[in-house]
Design a protein around this ligand. Structure first.
Ligand code: HEC
Length: 149
């Protein structure tokens, strides 16, 4: 192999490493999680009312769960969803909850209920509401503990 070809190859490899490194840095700095204030206090208040109507019967008035239904707040719940996205969690309750009649609660009301669940899990409120679109929620990480930067 000629030296120039070898040098060119090395330059290409270094450039790829540089670009990938920069990309990873951008991703890390943009990563949002449930600890970044992804819902509002008002939204959680609306969600609390809706939760009592549609979910409390099975998941308990304080979200601690019932005979057959898992808790929706606390360590076990949080670690169950740790590492997944808020989009995953939203899809879960969008397609399957309330159990048996998932169509009885609309998309916006489910986003509000999720905001209430976040409040009850100790995640901080913020300036903007939790969206009711899975694609947007997919960009928010569910983390049982605050992510270290
Ligand atoms: C009729 C009882 C019932 C009602 C009402 C109900 N759920 Fe459930 N829910 C369950 C059961 C049972 C499970 C576990 C089995 C399953 O996933 O189907 C579950 C599972 C879940 C899970 C998954 C929990 C986990 O950690 O994997 C979520 C989230 C959830 N429910 C949210 C809701 C929300 C929000 C509402 C109200 C809109 C609701 N549920 C209403 C019975 C119910």
């Amino acid at each position: 192999m000629r030296t120039s070809t070898l040098l060119f190859g090395m330059v290409v490899v270094l450039a790829v490493i540089a670009v990938c490194g920069a990309g990873a840095g951008v991703l890390a700095s943009q990563a949002r999680s449930v600890w970044d204030g992804v819902y509002t206090v008002e939204q959680a208040q609306r969600g609390a009312v809706l939760y009592v109507e549609a979910c409390a019967e099975c998941h308990g008035p304080d979200l601690s769960g019932g005979e057959m239904s898992p808790g929706l707040a606390g360590g076990e719940f949080a670690w169950n969803w740790n590492g997944l996205s808020v989009g995953d969690l939203f899809e879960r309750l969008r397609v399957s909850m309330p159990q048996g009649v998932p169509g009885s609660v609309n998309r916006q009301d489910k986003a509000d209920i999720l905001a209430y669940m976040f409040e009850m899990n100790g995640f901080p409120a913020g300036e903007s509401e939790l969206a009711n679109r899975t694609a947007l929620l997919a960009g928010i990480a569910f983390a049982a503990e605050p992510l270290q930067n």
